[in-house]
Design a protein around this ligand. Structure first.
Ligand SMILES: [Zn+2]
Length: 152
């Protein structure tokens, strides 16, 4: 009985890892499409180098898949953001108010627990948004284009 419970828990944990990976992929693909495959901070259109950059670190699940917090960036700009958040902050402030910036900052410092069904809901949400944009999402193909696994 106890062993079964532990097995179920580890199956759920494994599934959660897979769902997070899939959500990261689809979210990143959505963000790059939304921003027209162009780095929002330097204008680069080098498709191979474009990633999903986060204004506030993706470590916080609460804002990791919040589209106000994510922008298409080339790998150089995304890397630079870690030491110099100025350019992406300026871009954010060209779209939103400083009040919104404060709100997002606060949200990024709040803990939130995601259950597997929350992750599935988000995956479906971004799939639907892509469909609205007329973009087909193919896990295998689009997954391979993802290269920002370790980026902020
Ligand atoms: Zn750039």
């Amino acid at each position: 009985m106890k062993i079964q419970k532990q097995t179920r828990r580890s199956v759920r944990a494994k599934e959660k890892k897979r769902l997070i990976k899939e959500l990261d992929r689809i979210f990143s693909f959505y963000i790059r499409n939304r921003d027209g495959w162009k780095c929002v901070t330097c204008g680069s259109t080098d498709k191979e180098s474009l990633q999903c950059g986060h204004l506030f670190s993706r470590i916080s699940y609460n804002t990791r898949w919040d589209e106000r917090n994510a922008y298409c960036q080339c790998n150089c700009c995304n890397f630079r953001h870690e030491h110099d958040p100025g350019p992406l902050t300026s871009y954010f402030l060209s779209l939103y108010s400083s009040r919104e910036y404060q709100k997002l900052y606060n949200e990024s410092h709040k803990q939130r627990h995601f259950y597997n069904y929350d992750l599935i809901k988000l995956i479906d949400y971004y799939k639907a948004r892509l469909k609205e944009m007329g973009v087909e999402y193919d896990t295998d193909k689009n997954g391979k284009m993802e290269s920002d696994g370790a980026a902020s």
